[in-house]
Design a protein around this ligand. Structure first.
Ligand SMILES: NC(=O)c1ccc[n+]([C@@H]2O[C@H](COP(=O)([O-])OP(=O)(O)OC[C@H]3O[C@@H](n4cnc5c(N)ncnc54)[C@H](O)[C@@H]3O)[C@@H](O)[C@H]2O)c1
Length: 452
């Protein structure tokens, strides 16, 4: 039975049975027995470009930060800007003009005006930083109109959407790139560099996640609160896995000789947002009557094909200091980033069995990308990493090199959301990762960010 089921049958059955509570193991196995047609374009680079003409969709908080970065990157040209809020379009147009470029055309007629951006013949790339529900429609329209698709995180929200992105990228030969800025953080890049130099020996285990008190943000009526709280009312899984998993995935060569095998997820009870609403708005306020589904803390454990384990935490509704929980451990030692970075490597660290600060390691093992771009990235968002990711994207396209992340990387991380939901709904049962690469992950290949 399992080999006859295709992905869409699977999705339909899940929908019909109600979030997988009664899904049999045959159905789960179907995730890994999908048959696809179409040209396979694993790691294929495009031709060099003289300039990269960009249509930008969604110029709220993050989109505006990207526009600001792109204006400083030679070869990037913003041709069109789209947002449903007209004043934000105007703000972005003004920024472009003030930087000395031609004023981009503005689009703000309705929720779907980005379709007109995608259709323009004078655009190479559609870059979106919209609310999550728009990422896939915009990316698909971009690729199907012959443009590269670049999206903020996460790339997709459901298993079906992940496959749609893969299929569209393969059919059109266009890139579908998810902008995971945390891959470019200074400490994470140092860790990656050390892993690739074998400093931790063979990798065994990692921890990561997104642990960020977003209670106030989820009730903010200007920015993300407009759309983000809603996801806490309808979903229960790790809703934001990519900030933690991105850097770990690179350390573990996922899609480059290694792959995620299966995961199990557990969720706590749901308390934080309701308690916050009662305290902030009062027990009788409409906000206090809202019902939430998202567990306050979601813990996922992934086992990789090469035998490593990864603990991924999602925690956005509790009072707590910010963390991405980054920890990487191998047969020779380990490094932990939060709360303060510290490291221990057997035979290298000053004292046996004792942590030491990473300062000296940062001098010695600074990733070459940071050596090159630290000055240029100074003052940019999130400690400079946002500029570095935009710079690397534009420069890869200009040179005709494969960008740092491809569609397979984007969906391998994003699919943790629906898979974790499935596991939680099934009381922690293991869920296999679908193989979006159809076996190509087994082939070691270059990690572009190590190509410097
Ligand atoms: N990588 C990071 O560090 C980071 C940080 C913040 C946000 N993000 C991601 O960036 C994205 C945007 O987040 P944000 O904080 O900028 O949110 P935001 O609400 O500030 O911005 C979203 C913008 O999209 C616009 N928009 C909504 N629907 C639209 C549509 N149909 N067409 C065109 N525009 C539309 C909104 O009007 C708004 O201006 C999200 O996916 C989020 O997860 C990433």
């Amino acid at each position: 039975m399992k080999n006859q089921l295709n992905r869409r049958d699977f999705i339909k059955t899940v929908a019909a049975t109600g979030v997988g509570l009664v899904i049999g193991d045959d159905l789960l196995a179907a995730l890994n027995h999908d048959v696809h047609s179409g040209p396979f374009r694993f790691g294929v680079a495009g031709a060099p470009m003289e300039k990269v003409r960009i249509g930008y969709v969604g110029v709220g908080g993050m989109g505006t930060a990207h526009v600001e970065n792109l204006l400083k990157i030679e070869g990037a040209e913003i041709v069109a800007v789209c947002d449903i809020v007209e004043s934000r379009v105007k703000r972005a147009q003004d920024m472009v003009e003030k930087a000395g470029f031609k004023r981009p055309d503005g689009y703000s007629k309705n929720d779907f005006d980005w379709q007109h951006v995608c259709e323009r013949p004078d655009i190479d790339l559609v870059y979106s930083a919209t609310p999550w529900q728009w990422h896939v429609p915009v990316s698909l329209a971009a690729m199907r109109s012959g443009k590269h698709a670049v999206t903020e995180v996460p790339a997709a929200l459901t298993l079906d959407e992940c496959w749609e992105l893969v299929e569209a990228a393969e059919e059109t030969g266009k890139y579908c790139i998810m902008m995971e800025n945390c891959n470019y953080d200074k400490v994470e890049m140092m860790i990656l560099n050390m892993v690739k130099k074998g400093m931790f020996g063979e990798l065994l285990h990692a921890e990561c996640g997104y642990l960020h008190d977003l209670r106030a943000v989820k009730y903010d009526m200007e920015g993300e609160g407009v759309w983000r709280r809603d996801f806490s009312m309808h979903r229960n899984g790790d809703l934001y896995p990519t900030h933690g998993l991105g850097p770990i995935m690179q350390c573990m060569d996922i899609n480059r000789g290694n792959y995620f095998d299966y995961l199990v997820s557990f969720g706590t009870k749901t308390r934080g947002l309701h308690e916050y609403a009662v305290n902030r708005f009062g027990a009788g306020a409409p906000e206090a009557g809202e019902k939430f589904t998202l567990s306050d803390i979601v813990t996922t454990v992934i086992r990789t094909m090469n035998g490593e384990t990864i603990v991924v935490t999602h925690d956005t509704s509790s009072p707590r200091p910010y963390s991405r929980d980054i920890m990487v451990q191998g047969t020779h030692g380990l490094v932990r980033k939060y709360p303060e970075p510290k490291i221990y490597i057997e035979g290298v660290s000053q004292t046996d069995d004792k942590w030491e600060p990473i300062n000296e390691y940062l001098k010695k093992y600074q990733h070459p990308v940071w050596v090159e771009l630290e000055g240029a990235s100074a003052g940019a968002g999130h400690g400079g990493m946002d500029f570095i990711e935009d710079y690397r994207l534009i420069n890869a396209l200009l040179k005709g090199e494969t960008p740092d992340m491809d569609v397979y990387d984007a969906v391998a991380m994003s699919v943790v959301t629906p898979l974790s939901e499935l596991s939680i709904a099934r009381e922690g049962k293991p869920v296999k990762f679908p193989d979006f690469t159809r076996g190509m992950w087994k082939k070691p290949r270059e990690l572009p960010v190590m190509r410097v």
